[in-house]
Design a protein around this ligand. Structure first.
Ligand SMILES: C[S@@+](CC[C@H](N)C(=O)[O-])C[C@H]1O[C@@H](n2cnc3c(N)ncnc32)[C@H](O)[C@@H]1O
Length: 258
């Protein structure tokens, strides 16, 4: 299966996730650099970079950035924004290729959950290891089993927003139906996007996405198998320990080289 989804959603993606504080997230990433690396890396790969929110944030802080994503639509949005020398590559995170190694890899906002099988997870983590300098850092996060079971579940949401300003303002509504199957660990997301058109009518587009829920033991086992030393798993940007109701785990892992 290829990289499904993130087509019609791409132009409104950043607007819908506007509340996410990427500056605070990048502070956390830099705190991880300071804590776990002898010196901050110069070249960083942002894997599954989407429209490049974290890629741009880190580029703005002086890092040379590569952004890899499997969605042409998301990368097209990324390329229309401030590029600041960022190298964007349209590649699948299960088979990406770089020209050389990097000092750190980030993979933000549950992009790892888009790897739907343990085999894909292992392939991706092995590639990340392959392209990291010895001792390089892999920082990623996942939605937790608690979030899949209790927040996503079978719930439906409507997100309502306005794009543009003044007479160019147009309403958008994003309807989102979840279906989490505990037996398979797969969560289906059916999204319907309604975008107001200049004549006042609404254009509907639909998108289907899937995420896989991974227990902590599986993530740790796959990290171990692919050559990583786990430095910590956290519930937030303050390095707090995860609790039963934590919705996102942030992992820091170091590539061990023979
Ligand atoms: C939730 S978005 C996160 C995007 C970005 N990291 C951010 O913080 O905004 C997940 C991203 O993963 C990408 N993705 C999903 N499966 C992928 C795959 N197999 N290879 C590469 N990218 C993939 C999607 O295209 C999408 O841009």
């Amino acid at each position: 299966m290829g990289c499904e989804g993130y087509t019609s959603l791409a132009p409104v993606y950043e607007r819908l996730g506007e509340q996410i504080d990427y500056a605070a997230w990048a502070d956390f990433i830099e705190n991880c650099f300071d804590q776990y690396l002898p010196k901050r890396p110069s070249l960083v790969l942002d894997l599954a970079c989407g429209t490049g929110r974290m890629t741009r944030e880190l580029a703005g802080r002086g890092y040379d950035m590569i952004g890899v994503d499997g969605s042409a639509e998301m990368l097209s949005e990324a390329c229309q924004k401030e590029r600041g020398g960022i190298l964007y590559l349209l590649q699948d995170m299960r088979s990406f290729e770089l020209y050389g190694t990097v000092g750190a890899v980030t993979c933000c906002l549950d992009s790892v959950n888009y790897l739907l099988t343990e085999k894909d997870l292992q392939t991706c983590f092995s590639l990340v290891h392959n392209y990291l300098d010895p001792g390089g850092l892999f920082l990623f996060d996942v939605n937790t089993p608690y979030k899949f079971a209790h927040i996503y579940g079978q719930n439906a949401y409507i997100l309502e927003d306005t794009l543009g300003k003044g007479k160019n303002a147009r309403n958008i509504y994003c309807g989102w139906q979840n279906c989490f199957d505990e037996a398979t660990g797969i969560c289906d997301f059916d999204l319907s996007l309604f975008e107001e058109q200049p004549d006042g009518s609404y254009l509907r587009t639909a998108e289907h996405q899937q995420e896989r829920c991974y227990p902590m033991e599986t993530l740790k086992a796959v990290l171990g198998k692919t050559g990583f030393e786990i430095l910590g798993e956290f519930a937030d940007f303050k390095f707090s320990a995860p609790e039963k109701t934590t919705e996102r785990w942030y992992f820091a892992a170091r590539a061990i080289k023979p």
